[in-house]
Each structure stands twice: as C-alpha cells, then as structure tokens.
Design a protein around this ligand. Structure first.
Ligand code: GUN
Length: 278
C-alpha cells in the first residue's frame, strides 16, 4: 500500500509550530508584518491572496493588503515596493504574480529588498541558494522538502528526477535536492526519452504544468512521486500533473491533488515571514 503524503496535515503542523513561535515573539515585543500587493483582479490570484491573508491571521502575523487597479503603471508599483522596502514595520513583501502584461515582472522582483523577499524570487535569493548561502527559498520547493522530511523519506544518495525547469519550482527544487545530497536530473519539454529518464527516479517531482501528464509509463516500481501541478479537469475537479489513479498501484508514496504540495506553499511563506522578523 502506498503512503499518501498528507500535505494538509503536515502544513497544519507547521502552521501550529509557527503560531507558537509568533506568540512567543509577540510576548517579547516583536511584531511581524507581511505586505501583500495585488495588481488587477485575476480571480485565481484573489483566491491565493485571500488564503495568504487567512494564514497570516491564524498564525498571528499582521497582513497589509495593497490592491491596485489593473491600470497601475510599472513606475507606480516600483514606487510602492520601494516605500515598503523602507518601512521598518514591514518585514516581508509579496507581489502576487502574474502581473498585468504591461509590467516587467523581473523589474518588480528586482526592486524587492532581498531582506524582505519572502517569496525567494529575487536574483540575490536565488544566487544565495545556488551557492549554499543564507537567503529566502522559494516556498513551493521548500514545501516539497518539508513534505519528504516530515514523512521520514531520506533524499541522501537517491536518484531524484524533476520534470519542469521553472525559476519558481524546477530550478530551486533541484538546488534544494542537491543540498540534501540527492543525485539530481532536471527534465523539460525538450528532454529526449523522457519516460526512460523519469523511470530512473527514486523520487520523481513533477512540475510540468500539464494535467495527467505522468502515467505509470514514467514511474519506476516503488518510486516516490511528488505532484506540484494543480488544474481543473473538464468536470471541474482539481487534478495534478500526475495521473494519480494510474500510478497509485506502483508507487511507494505519493502526494494527492488537492491536499498534497498545495497547502505547503503557504505554510512555507509563513515560515519565511517569521524568519524575516528574526
Ligand atoms: N503566483 C502563483 N504562485 C505565486 C507565489 O508563490 N508567489 C507569488 N508572488 N505569486 C504567485
């Protein structure tokens, strides 16, 4: 029987640990504030931003919401981020992505002070991760590491194959797995013989952004499968990048969608916010 890795339960444990930590910090007079900036009203972004605010409330982190109209200029957004950089009471800054098409996301991300970059997207944060220095780590891949560690799954010496090479998930995921002493392969849409490469994995991490992409043809018997994807299928049901029902019979552990990696992203964001105040 495969272990179903319960991301909802593990994320709740992390949030409860953080709540206790924040309560202790509050007693000592340290307040933590996260500024959340949303431009426009993309419905998915509004749901994510709402969930981030709720998590802050639960843990005892103050959240400031900046809801800017779609027509906001890049210069105006840069000015707001600079103002938040200079505000001592603000510990973390999060600019919800995607931004409207008339803005250059790189310019905005580069404006966020690395000391407040709780998303871990700033080039300095990414650079620090790649050479093993201190800095904020992107929340979703950090959440995957926690899922594995808290399920007593060792990464040391294991063959880890990551499908997907995004800046937010695939690349930092590879660096984190390397830090855990895994042997790491990153695959992508141009990889030759993808099924054969994926089948080498003891731990297969899928972040390709295509629903039901990974079937049992990609999975070695006994592998651990982590599904980072989230989509709505034609029946309106949430599903991942992995065809869960197809692979369930051959894996030793797997994350479900929903309730796997998803809830971990916010838990790790909260963890980064607490670290930002220390
Ligand atoms: N859009 C989708 N996921 C994220 C995230 O983790 N951080 C930000 N800032 N925007 C996102």
């Amino acid at each position: 029987m495969a272990l179903i890795i319960d991301g909802k339960k593990i994320s709740s444990e992390i949030k409860d640990e953080l709540k206790a930590k924040v309560s202790m910090l509050t007693r000592k007079g340290t307040r933590i504030t996260l500024a959340v900036v949303q431009v426009g009203n993309d419905p998915a972004s509004s749901v994510y931003v709402g969930n981030k605010k709720k998590a802050c409330e639960y843990i005892g982190i103050e959240s400031q919401a900046y809801e800017l109209p779609e027509e906001t200029t890049e210069e105006e957004l840069v000015s707001l981020v600079e103002k938040l950089n200079n505000e001592e009471s603000v510990n973390g800054i999060l600019v919800q992505l995607p931004l409207p098409a008339h803005m250059n996301e790189d310019i905005i991300i580069n404006t966020i002070s690395p000391a407040k970059d709780v998303d871990g997207f700033h080039p300095q944060s990414v650079g620090a991760l790649s050479i093993g220095q201190k800095g904020f780590v992107s929340c979703t891949p950090a959440g995957v590491i926690q899922l594995l560690k808290r399920s007593n799954i060792s990464m040391e010496g294991k063959e880890c194959v990551i499908i997907g090479r995004s800046n937010i998930v695939g690349k930092p995921m590879a660096l984190l797995m390397l830090r855990e002493n895994a042997t790491v392969t990153i695959c992508h849409s141009r990889t030759k013989n993808l099924k054969e490469v994926a089948k080498r994995a003891d731990i297969l991490i899928v972040a390709i952004g295509k629903p039901y992409f990974v079937t049992k043809d990609y999975v070695k018997e006994g592998a651990i499968v982590i599904d980072v994807g989230i989509h709505r299928n034609e029946n309106g049901k949430l599903c991942g990048d992995v065809d869960y029902d197809d692979v369930l019979g051959i894996v030793s552990a797997i994350t479900p969608v929903p309730g796997g990696v998803g809830p971990m992203t916010i838990a790790m964001l909260m963890s980064n916010c607490v670290d930002a105040a220390l």
